[in-house]
Design a protein around this ligand. Structure first.
Ligand code: IMP
Ligand code: MG
Length: 183
């Protein structure tokens, strides 16, 4: 038993996606992304903090030599863990994305509110094209119909950590993805 963030008592971390599975899937996604853009100029945008591990593995697997990288961070306010979320930038991109191909790289799409906000923002700035890569496409709590163009894994339920994903800022450094089993 261990205690995280003074609240959740974690009984067990159960492996959901192993390091080997993730590494293999990241290579496959990179090949799909390369097939989509070739050597076209592309801006890959990491959604902090959770996307950082996936992003760093993914961009290093791409063959595209015309790749620019940038980062955003989002904050959401809402009642508890569920719906009616209001999303804002707590860090915006620094590159001008107007008329550029943009690939958003996110850790997990859950309700869809965060990605609706980001896709809307980038569309308004007239990105030439806009696609979304997410390590995990989790549909149990989906409220907004967001299409994930490059999905690493699909998951129906469960709260997962590791490979960038956190619970109360913990576990981001774990090399694989685990489900939290509470006490
Ligand atoms: P959405 O706006 O509900 O789609 O929120 C997605 C964000 O919530 C993700 O970028 C994660 O930061 C966080 N999140 C959702 N599900 C999980 C999970 O299972 N583990 C860790 N973070 C999660
Ligand atoms: Mg995230």
């Amino acid at each position: 038993m261990s205690k995280v963030g003074h609240e959740l008592k974690v009984k067990e971390l159960k492996t959901v996606f192993s390091q080997e599975q993730i590494a293999e899937r990241v290579q496959e996604l990179a090949a799909e992304i390369d097939a989509c853009y070739g050597q076209e100029p592309l801006v890959a945008i990491c959604v902090l903090k959770g996307g950082f591990v996936f992003f760093s593995d993914l961009v290093r697997a791409l063959q595209n030599k015309n790749l620019e990288l940038d980062f955003v961070r989002l904050s959401s306010y809402g009642k508890g863990a569920s719906s009616s979320k209001h999303v804002i930038f707590s860090k915006d991109v620094e590159i001008d994305i107007c008329d550029k191909h943009v690939l958003i790289v996110e850790d997990i799409v859950d309700s869809g509110h965060s990605m609706r906000f980001l896709l809307g923002q980038f569309a308004a700035r007239k990105a030439r094209s806009l696609r979304l890569a997410a390590l995990v496409d989790k549909n149990e709590r989906r409220e907004i119909d967001v299409h994930v163009d490059f999905a690493g894994f699909k998951l129906t339920q469960g709260f997962i950590v590791g490979y960038g994903l956190d619970y109360a800022e913990h576990y981001r450094n774990l090399p694989a993805v685990f489900e939290i089993i509470p006490e």
